[in-house]
Ligand binder design. Structure first.
Ligand code: ADE
Length: 225
């Protein structure tokens, strides 16, 4: 898979290539990640990429010319173009999984108050939001999307790491986990986890998952199969 990110801040997005599982996946050629600066495509003599909103109102809107030329420089018939925006459908594990199956993903990051609607009408396959809050731009949202999509690409996670991929698919949150020492400042690891009784351990973890979900995300239990 190839991911192209169209942004006004390429260095910001490039930073995720340097860390942890994403770095390893890129080094192992599980996917490639390129950033493209939208400003480089501006035909304005001052490289301007925004203008006032027709109809008035605060904030600037990204103009269509640099966006169209930037998109056309990377788009092919195999591309799927996602525009990150608070107006989009909310990102879920299911969306990430389906995005991971594309050969070429283009992620468009907006700034200012948004982008000219004609760019959305012409090129955007899916508008995605990462949550009900407004960020200063789409870059952090694109990075969140890349992280969650990359984990779904076959071979990116090792066997041990991939176990938790199913977690949201079950509509349950992760169970509580412990590592050494057995006693930390007088707080003991639950004895069942030291018992070696796998059936009991599984029961404990199921109950722990259920309790965390009930406490933090009761909405997930309504959707549970
Ligand atoms: N751009 C600004 N806010 C956003 C959000 N919540 N999700 C995706 N893109 C955004």
């Amino acid at each position: 898979m190839r991911i192209d990110v169209l942004t006004l801040f390429p260095e910001f997005v490039d930073s995720i290539k340097e860390y942890s599982i994403i770095k390893r996946a890129i080094d192992e050629e599980k996917f490639t990640l390129n950033t493209i600066n939208i400003r480089d495509f501006s035909k304005n003599k001052h490289k301007k990429v925004d203008d006032y909103s027709y109809g008035g109102g605060p904030g600037m809107v990204m103009t269509p010319q640099p966006l169209a030329d930037c998109i056309e420089s990377v788009k092919t018939e195999n591309s799927f173009l996602v525009y990150l925006s608070p107006r989009g459908k909310k990102l879920t594990a299911k969306t990430s999984k389906s995005l991971a199956s594309y050969e070429h993903l283009i992620l468009l990051c907006g700034h200012y108050e948004g982008i000219d609607q004609r760019i959305i009408d012409l090129y955007v396959d899916q508008e995605i939001s990462i949550g009900d809050y407004v960020l200063t731009g789409g870059e952090l949202a694109a990075m969140v999307l890349i992280d969650s999509v990359s984990r779904m690409i076959p071979g990116v996670l090792g066997n041990k790491e991939s176990a938790d991929i199913e977690s949201f698919e079950d509509n349950l949150l992760e169970y509580d986990q412990y590592t050494r020492p057995e006693d930390f400042r007088g707080m003991k690891v639950p004895s069942v986890l030291l018992s070696g009784n796998h059936k009991k351990i599984e029961e404990y973890r199921k109950e722990s998952s259920f309790q965390r979900t009930l406490e933090n995300r009761p909405d997930l239990l309504k959707n549970k199969k």
